[in-house]
Design a protein around this ligand. Structure first.
Ligand code: PGA
Length: 254
């Protein structure tokens, strides 16, 4: 049984005060519940404050990015051990905004992923096609290539610690959500890829989140698909009520 996993990716939003209030409201509702795995990923600067706001609850703390080295002369970067030190359990790597705007390659994502794993962070690895790629019928090829490149060199033992997030670029922040069928088709294919790369047992245990305009209204139908194991939520994670409704939908679909 794969436990549903709902993570809020706050991106470059909230103030310190807004972020801690949002986290506290989520933690108050989630409490000690373990039915659904829940995480919040605030801006790096607010990780410590948000970590305090969720302490005592089962809500986990996640970072939105990390560097691939543990320490050294890398001005402005933040390492996986530093994220662990501040209380992080998760880190998002390879988000499409970083791939597109900051030109992160699959190789960069792979190095971050390996560094995160050696620091014992649980990585959420994002993959997803653009609208042009989908229109050209290249969705499967593009997403598989991102998977192969990002997961290069990972042992089965390491892969067991990883969560995949399928986030079609055209659905992110647009309000245009993938249909449950579109999402399920890619999720099923990604699981097939994991089966070939590793083994059926591992493939059936890896969680694959969907991301891209998930909200309180569409969460239930997406989360009821057989291969959709959770959601990486952007815009709708910035309001406690909306985010908690997605968590409730995940519980209902479990
Ligand atoms: P969105 O973002 O929910 O605002 O579409 C999702 C994401 O980028 O992780």
């Amino acid at each position: 049984m794969r436990k549903k996993f709902i993570a809020g990716n706050w991106k470059m939003n909230t103030s310190r005060a807004d972020g801690t209030a949002l986290a506290a409201a989520i933690a108050a509702k989630v409490g000690q519940s373990t039915d659904v795995e829940v995480a919040v990923c605030p801006p790096a600067l607010y990780l410590e404050a948000v970590g305090k706001a969720i302490s005592g609850s089962t809500v986990g703390l996640g970072a939105q990015n990390c560097y691939h080295e543990a320490k050294g002369a890398f001005t402005g970067e933040i390492s996986p051990p530093m994220l662990v030190d501040i209380g992080c359990k998760y880190v998002i790597v390879g988000h499409s905004e970083r791939r597109a705007i900051l030109k992160e390659s699959n190789h960069d994502v792979n190095r971050k992923l390996l560094a995160a794993l050696s620091a014992r962070l649980l990585p959420i690895v994002c993959v997803g096609e653009t609208l042009d790629e989908r229109k050209a019928g290249r969705t499967t090829a593009v997403v598989r290539e991102q998977m192969e490149g990002s997961l290069a060199g990972l042992t089965a033992e390491q892969m067991a610690q990883v969560v995949i997030a399928y986030e079609p670029v055209w659905a992110i922040g647009t309000g245009v959500v993938a249909t449950p069928e579109q999402a399920e088709e890619v999720h099923a294919d990604l699981r097939k890829l994991l089966e070939t790369r590793y083994n059926p047992q591992l493939a059936s245990s890896v969680r694959i989140q969907y991301g891209g305009s998930v909200n309180a209204d569409n969460a239930a139908i997406l989360l009821s698909q057989p291969n959709i194991d959770g959601a990486l939520v952007g815009g709708a994670s910035l309001k406690a009520e909306g985010f908690l409704a997605i968590v409730a939908a995940a519980k209902a679909a479990s």
